[in-house]
Design a protein around this ligand. Structure first.
Ligand SMILES: Cc1cc2nc3c(=O)[nH]c(=O)nc-3n(C[C@H](O)[C@H](O)[C@H](O)COP(=O)(O)OP(=O)(O)OC[C@H]3O[C@@H](n4cnc5c(N)ncnc54)[C@H](O)[C@@H]3O)c2cc1C
Length: 370
């Protein structure tokens, strides 16, 4: 039986797998896709993760990410405010970053099962049995659930959020555009917002969140972009001037910001699988990496003999709640401010004269360097 099975090879899964394998544990990472691959994500990573990435030997600077230190917010009508970012961040595509971490995981001795889906997890007699696509089973003493925002495993686990449909969809492009590389911009439009910031190789990531209803009303993504996003002059400029690098955008649906639990059927849940912060906060990736760190620390202590399973779960739960519960609450509250055009006009108008309030929201939705 292996020590740890990690379900899902996003940032939470990859970083926790690296940290646990580096401490001598046998780790199997199961990922349903194969690296490298694109994901819907704004690709702005808060600098709070840098000390930890260095500590696990995964300094991202050789990937030449963009350094981002300024923030611009626009209302649906195009009114703007700009402020420096206290901590700042870096821009790197998930295509590159996840593959980079995957290579590190292999170098640390993590066994990877790619193109493999975990279909069922059972816990009995103090051990887990995972049923994998293709018919294999895997036994593990500990399972880290890092499988992202929504998976058929959530249905199997009977998690409440899975039953409620979520109204949000996400759309992402990579493009080339004449725009400062140290700036991240968040442009609001009716029933949504779009982020744009530089990544590696002189490209930009352009990603937006809107509702399924908005898409249904206009029939197709191009028609919705033309009718709705173009109303904001900053977005209109992006669509007119940028060179779009994909034939088709990446699209996902069923994005839910509902409250979840961080321990489920004795699995330690990490990243979006434990709770997803609204994308306008730009902190989901940092939270995924930080949760991976917390889980790895607890698991290493467990195998060192200092803890029983109950203490492992309680210790992880406590650490997770201390670190993320408040951030997730503030993220949900801020999302409401940008729900309607009128409200986001008023919010941007009010924040324009109160840069301190903008920075307070950022501090409340971000963590400290770890
Ligand atoms: C529109 C949008 C924009 C965003 N912009 C930003 C941003 O700019 N900055 C930021 O910090 N965050 C952003 N986020 C949030 C960020 O993308 C997520 O918080 C982050 O990717 C979570 O990482 P994760 O490791 O938890 O999950 P993921 O990165 O989603 O990884 C989960 C992995 O599990 C795999 N998987 C799922 N089910 C199974 C299974 N049963 N068996 C095996 N494998 C499985 C999936 O294939 C996937 O690779 C954005 C999100 C959205 C929707």
């Amino acid at each position: 039986m292996i020590h740890v099975a990690v379900i899902g090879g996003g940032l939470a899964g990859l970083t926790s797998a690296i940290a646990m394998a580096a401490q001598g544990l046998s780790v199997v990472l199961i990922e349903k896709k194969s690296y490298p691959f694109h994901r819907v994500c704004g690709e702005y990573v808060s600098n709070e993760v840098l000390p930890y990435l260095h500590s696990i030997g995964a300094d991202p600077s050789p990937l030449h990410p963009a350094n981002i230190s300024r923030f611009l917010l626009s209302s649906p009508a195009g009114k703007t405010l700009e402020t420096p970012l206290d901590l700042g961040g870096f821009g790197i595509s998930r295509y590159t970053l996840d593959n980079f971490l995957y290579q590190h995981a292999l170098a640390h001795g993590v066994e990877a099962r790619l193109r493999t889906t975990v279909q069922e997890v059972q816990f009995a007699n103090d051990r887990f049995v995972l049923r994998l696509s293709g018919g294999d089973t895997l036994e593990a003493a500990v399972v880290v659930g890092a499988y992202g925002k929504r998976s058929s495993l959530d249905r199997q686990l009977g998690r409440a959020f899975f039953r409620a449909r979520s109204p949000y969809i996400g759309v992402k492009y990579h493009l080339r555009l004449d725009m400062p590389t140290d700036l991240i911009a968040l442009h609001n439009f009716q029933d949504g917002y779009a982020g744009i910031s530089a990544i590696e190789d002189g490209r930009h990531c352009f990603c937006y969140l809107t509702t399924r209803e908005n898409l249904r009303r206009h029939g197709s993504i191009p028609a919705m972009e033309q009718a709705v996003l173009h109303q904001n002059p900053h977005l209109r400029r992006i669509f007119r001037e940028a060179e779009f690098l994909y034939e088709q955008p990446e699209v996902i649906n069923e994005i839910s910001f509902a409250t979840k639990t961080c321990v489920e059927n004795h699995m330690l849940m990490c990243g979006d699988a434990a709770g997803m912060i609204t994308p306008l906060c730009g902190n989901g990736m940092a939270m995924a990496i930080h949760a991976g760190k917390l889980a790895a620390e607890q698991v290493v202590q467990y195998f060192a003999g200092g803890r029983n399973r109950q203490q492992l779960e309680a210790g992880y739960s406590r650490a997770w709640k201390n670190q993320f519960e408040r951030r997730l609450q503030v993220g949900r509250a801020v999302q409401h401010l940008f729900g309607s055009p009128l409200l986001s006009e008023l919010t941007v108008g009010a924040l324009k004269y109160s840069p301190a309030a903008v920075r307070l929201i950022m501090r409340q939705t971000h963590g400290l360097p770890f």
